[in-house]
Design a protein around this ligand. Structure first.
Ligand code: GLC
Length: 711
């Protein structure tokens, strides 16, 4: 663009490096936060080109005016913020929303979030987070799309479409900075920021597909992860960032480091000083240094040393200025003026959408003897520490605290007849005080049914929140066991950002619902599900382990030469724990019951450029109308690289009245049967493929058929 080339020619070195510098101000990691005075001074001097953590129409407008009216070149600022699952109208956390298995919903909530975010003067969101993970010890499971790369890729496409809409310069769109490329979800022992040491094959088969999908969907920005990948910090990983992402995938957008990650190359031990850190990051293709000022402090010296060239700096500045132009900042640098009626109407629509998303994200793990939905006239004892309005929004809830969140207790109280609901907290989420258990037991004795609401705090999940024992914190187990002893039918509501290893609880509860963190409409969604006004449809996007000893655990493993057999001890299992998860990927009950049969795939013999029509008949054999999510898995029966026993390749939904039947259909392109071959390039190997359809990855519940791909 001519305007960009003219700017480049006019810029001093300091101003160029300023465009590569993102200062931290507002809701950010304390030690790196710049003061207001430092930010103002930096903007005026042309040493800051963007900010992370500043949001809100007033403050962004005020700082933008400084950039436009008090600097030599009047280049507008980018304001970046972590809008992961809603800005003010907070939706379920990503792991929860993924449980809806609903790309239309995912796009819709991102679209709504983009509208509220841009209205706050923020033009770049650091989302979606696309780190596939099979390790519930890792706190960032809560931000992830779960364990499956194909589902993660669907999530990526939907979210990038939602955030970016018809163009990132539109008044209700924002740029999507997808994160954190570099197999972050495979950190050693689930410990945040730890090393990742996996094969190139695993990197290409499991961790990169969602990011490739995001690039294909036009994601504006990519953020690498904090960790090293086989000893090479992702922030300085030329092979990954330049060779794979930029050259092979054709990504020409901006790369922004994670928070302080450029300077942390010194702590990784790969450089001596901040100038070398800046050089390594720029050489890898990092355009913007977030929060460390390593570029500001180190690039001039790196230039003097000859470790970088002015051409490399210009290349990065050109990409940043191009992003600003695409964001429309040269024409519309300020938060858009909103029509009050439109804004109020959007808030109503957002709350309705939040309730829909929350309802679809809940996973019913267990429902013995049809305890749920609750029956009219029952006396209900609501017990537990996770019932209030705080703690429902989950990690990374942006400006969600500005909006009323509906609690479970409040919504149940309104929905049940007067006097039908009693409440006792029992214990806190954390802490040793058990003095409240007696009262909890007392009201349990007087009730017909108990609802036990337990779980984690927001702070137990998200960044820097790994847990070696992902179970119930504090004395919640003591409360639960005391309540179970009373012997009333008990429903457990679990609020968590990850699967929790709770075999003792799942054994004793008659019903278990996973709420994750559902956002501002938690109470209304949960109440509708408990009372049967809504039928649960959510499914696990991540395997639910019985114990930490099983981690990492996922449904799509390779067979091995000794796959587990209950009748042969010399096979892959444990002496002290079943080899199967507590609940498999895709598990989720509803108040209906479906039967899936008569799977057929046509044509049965196909060529490389064909598509396969896969159909199955589904019947609702339950007594309630419901919607069932049906999954399609594939397996390459024989391949040079040992194939995985099954891999998700299709999701569809069918709504059925009681005793009704219907047919689900998947159009499966043969090209989607490609797996990374010997050179890791995608290749469909001729031969037999097994197709499997079912409600989850539970092998015994799948219907199967085979097709043949011709050479
Ligand atoms: C954090 C996170 C990243 C986030 C960034 C800005 O450290 O790793 O996900 O986008 O900093 O808040």
């Amino acid at each position: 663009m001519e305007v960009i080339e003219n700017l480049l020619r006019a810029m001093t070195l300091e101003e160029k490096i300023g465009q590569l510098t993102m200062a931290a101000r507002g809701e950010v990691f304390p030690p790196n936060e710049a003061s207001e005075a430092e930010v103002l001074h930096g903007i005026r001097a042309g040493r800051i080109g963007s900010l992370v953590g500043t949001h809100g129409a007033e403050v962004t407008t005020r700082l933008q005016r400084v950039a436009l009216e008090e600097t030599r070149l009047r280049i507008p600022l980018i304001f970046g913020f972590d809008v992961m699952h809603g800005y003010r109208s907070v939706f379920p956390v990503p792991i929860g929303e993924t449980a809806a298995f609903d790309p239309v919903l995912w796009e819709h909530t991102a679209r709504m979030a983009a509208y509220e975010t841009r209205a706050a003067g923020v033009t770049l969101t650091f989302a979606p987070m696309l780190d596939v993970t099979r390790d519930p010890r890792w706190g960032r499971v809560v931000e992830s799309p779960g364990e499956d790369p194909w589902l993660g890729a669907q999530f990526a496409r939907a979210k990038v479409r939602g955030f970016q809409g018809a163009g990132i310069g539109m008044p209700a769109s924002v740029g999507a900075a997808v994160k954190h490329i570099g197999a972050y979800g495979a950190v050693t022992a689930g410990r945040d920021y730890a090393s990742v040491d996996i094969s190139d094959r695993a990197l290409n088969e499991v961790y990169l597909p969602p990011f490739r999908a995001a690039v294909e969907a036009g994601a504006a920005v990519i953020m690498p992860s904090f960790n090293d990948l086989g000893g090479v910090p992702t922030t300085a990983n030329v092979d990954l960032l330049r060779d794979t992402v930029r050259r092979r995938w054709g990504f020409d957008g901006v790369m922004v480091s994670d928070f302080n990650a450029v300077a942390e190359l010194v702590k990784h031990g790969v450089v001596d000083d901040v100038a070398q850190a800046a050089a390594l990051a720029l050489q890898a293709g990092i355009d913007i240094d977030m929060a460390s000022n390593a570029y500001g402090l180190g690039l001039p010296l790196a230039l003097e040393r000859g470790d970088v060239t002015i051409g490399m700096i210009d290349e990065a500045v050109r990409r940043v200025l191009t992003l600003k132009a695409k964001l429309g900042l040269f024409e519309h640098p300020f938060a858009p003026e909103l029509d009050t009626a439109e804004r109020d109407a959007k808030l109503v629509a957002a709350r309705r959408l939040a309730r829909e998303a929350a309802t679809k994200s809940v996973v019913l793990l267990k429902n013995e003897a049809g305890l749920l939905p609750l029956k009219p006239g029952q006396r209900v004892a609501l017990i537990g520490p996770v019932v209030g309005a705080d703690g429902l929004l989950g990690a990374w809830h942006a400006a969600g605290k500005e909006v009323k969140a509906v609690s479970i207790r409040e919504a149940l109280h309104l929905a049940l007849p007067p006097g039908a609901l009693s409440f006792a907290k029992g214990v806190d989420v954390e802490g040793e005080d058990v003095s409240g258990i007696a009262e909890a037991v007392r009201i349990a004795r007087q009730a017909d049914v108990v609802i036990l609401s337990l779980g984690e705090l927001e702070g137990h999940t998200g960044e820097a929140a790994s847990r070696a024992r992902p179970s119930l914190p504090g004395r919640q187990r003591q409360l639960a066991e005391a309540v179970f002893e009373v012997g009333r039918p008990t429903v457990v509501l679990l609020s968590s950002g990850r699967p929790l290893t709770l075999p003792w609880l799942i054994e004793r509860a008659q019903a278990v619902m996973v709420l994750w963190f559902l956002g501002i409409e938690t109470g209304n969604a949960v109440t509708a599900l408990l009372l049967g006004y809504a039928n649960p449809t959510g499914k696990l996007p991540i395997s639910w382990p019985r114990s930490v000893g099983q981690i990492p655990i996922c449904y799509s493993e390779r067979s091995t030469g000794r796959p587990f057999s209950a009748t042969d001890m010399y096979t892959s299992g444990y002496l002290d724990t079943p080899v199967t998860p507590q609940f498999p990927f895709g598990h989720g009950l509803s108040y209906s019951r479906v039967a899936i049969r008569n799977l057929r795939a046509t044509p049965a013999i196909v060529g490389m450029d064909d598509a396969i029509a896969v159909e199955a008949d589904v019947s609702n054999v339950g007594v309630m109308a419901g919607e069932e999510t049906v999954l399609l898995f594939v397996r390459d029966v024989v391949a040079r690289i040992a194939p995985r026993v099954m891999e998700l390749r299709g999701v569809t939904r069918i709504s059925l009245a009681p005793n009704a039947s219907g047919t689900v259909r998947f159009d499966l392109p043969v090209k989607s049967l490609a797996f990374p071959a010997g050179d890791l390039g995608p290749e469909v190997q001729p031969g037999e493929f097994e197709l499997m359809v079912g409600s989850s990855a539970e092998p015994s519940a799948l219907v199967r058929t085979r097709i043949t791909v011709r050479g």
